[in-house]
Write a protein that binds this ligand. Structure first.
Ligand code: C6P
Length: 409
């Protein structure tokens, strides 16, 4: 029997989220943008600021020492959650975007030279395109894109054909934020390594939604955001293999990332602090650890299966809406994201009609303009699910779309 979240689980989960218990109707289907937060995460922030606020790694007094212990413990929880070898491989940053930029600036500027090749895919988010474009422009490197097929699946043969010559880096998403496609990142990692390249996985839509084991994948870097996995905004994670992080120059200079500084020079701190310059998002980092406890208590395999059920249910029901085009038709290899267009209705109009029914979806290019070019549209509507969504909410979405169809003809 498939391990999944049951109806009773969802009822209980919803009780944990204050935003669903205000007495106002809210059907929140924009989880790929950011997730809602359970009380324990909100309470952790409140507790830190009201009872244990102090800076970390600086004070020789109890409050600061306690804050330091909790902040370091959060790194250990993240390491355990994605099965990193050590917390030293876990750098807290602001979000996925910053994590990828860190690698592009630090690793990229040291290791990428004129004529080198960086491989991305056609389904990448701007955060996993623009930092590489900046690097490529500066260094004279070349970016190539592995293609997707019409079902929204990565064409492995296309990737394979690009993995030759001076390929130095592959940077690819674990799950597309538009198509919901889940890429075979372990296989891609082994292909990249065989070609002598380093690989970065954009896990923004990965780790919140499925069990993730960086050692099993074998990737060199893995980037994700806390706010998409029940945690607060302002904290994200860069995982990097210790030997690679050790070999990289710092990204930002300042307090905490040094061992010593003289008027002439500085010596870098141990990992991960070498990459955490300045006062970090302490409360947020600690609260991310609490979000991880919550996700673990539900079970990531159950979450993955439940979201897949919701996506398949949605794809089936959406077919009842006249003149709808749904993007990406994979079944098992997709997560809880479904993007679509109502023929001749702008996605912003679709979102406005749904908003009048208190249904929140995202409309636009979802920071994936090149992917929309590939799909031949300028924008789409997107419903993205998480642990608290139900099939009844999907039914309400479908009814809302039928209403939009009626209004716009
Ligand atoms: N996608 C969405 O609505 P940040 O903003 O740094 O936390 O995450 C960036 C990012 C990187 N990669 C992928 C695959 C993503 O989906 C995102 C964020 C949101 O789809 C906001 S644009």
């Amino acid at each position: 029997m498939t391990e999944t979240l049951k109806f009773e689980d969802i009822i209980n989960i919803r009780k944990d989220f204050p935003i669903f218990n205000t007495g106002k109707k809210l059907i929140y289907l924009d989880n790929a943008a950011t997730s809602q937060k359970p009380s324990i995460v909100i309470d952790a922030l409140h507790f830190f600021y009201s009872k244990s606020n102090a800076n970390v790694h600086r004070g020789i007094y109890t409050l600061s020492e306690e804050a330091t212990i909790k902040y370091e413990e959060a790194h250990k929880k993240v390491a355990g959650f994605i099965n990193a070898k050590s917390f030293r491989e876990i750098v807290f940053v602001r979000n996925t975007t910053e994590a990828i930029n860190l690698v592009a600036y630090s690793w990229g500027r040291k290791n990428i030279a004129k004529g080198d090749v960086i491989i991305l895919s056609q389904m990448e988010h701007h955060s996993n395109i623009v930092p590489w474009q900046l690097l490529a422009r500066e260094k004279g490197a070349i970016i190539k894109y592995a293609e997707i097929d019409n079902r929204g699946k990565l064409r492995i043969e296309s990737l394979e054909s690009l993995l030759k010559g001076k390929v130095k880096l592959v940077a690819i998403t674990q799950m597309s934020n538009v198509l919901g496609t889940i890429n075979p990142v372990k296989k891609i990692t082994s292909m990249a390594h065989k070609a002598g390249a380093i690989i970065l996985i954009d896990g923004a839509q990965g780790v919140p939604h499925e069990p993730t084991d960086v050692q099993d994948i074998g990737c060199d870097f893995y980037a994700f955001s806390g706010h998409k996995m029940l945690g607060p905004t302002g904290v994200g994670v860069l995982y990097g293999k210790k030997e690679i992080l050790n070999d990289m120059p710092p990204f930002l200079g300042g307090g905490d990332m040094i061992k010593s500084v003289s008027f002439e020079e500085a010596r870098w701190n141990d990992l991960p602090w070498k990459f955490e310059a300045g006062t970090p998002a302490i409360a947020e980092g600690i609260a991310l650890g609490v979000a991880i406890d919550y996700l673990k208590s539900l079970g990531m395999t159950k979450i993955r299966n439940y979201e897949n059920e919701l996506a398949l249910y949605a794809m089936d029901k959406l077919k009842d809406v006249n003149d709808i085009e749904i993007y990406g038709h994979l079944a098992e290899e997709r997560g809880g994201i479904v993007s679509f267009n109502l023929k001749d209705v702008h996605p912003h109009d679709v979102a406005s009609v749904l908003s009048s029914e208190n249904i929140a979806i995202r409309a636009g290019h979802h920071c994936a303009q090149p992917l929309h070019d590939r799909l031949g549209v300028s924008a789409s509507s997107r419903a993205s699910f998480y642990i608290y969504n139900t099939t009844e909410e999907i039914d309400a979405l479908v009814n809302g779309l039928k209403k939009a169809r009626k209004i716009y003809g």
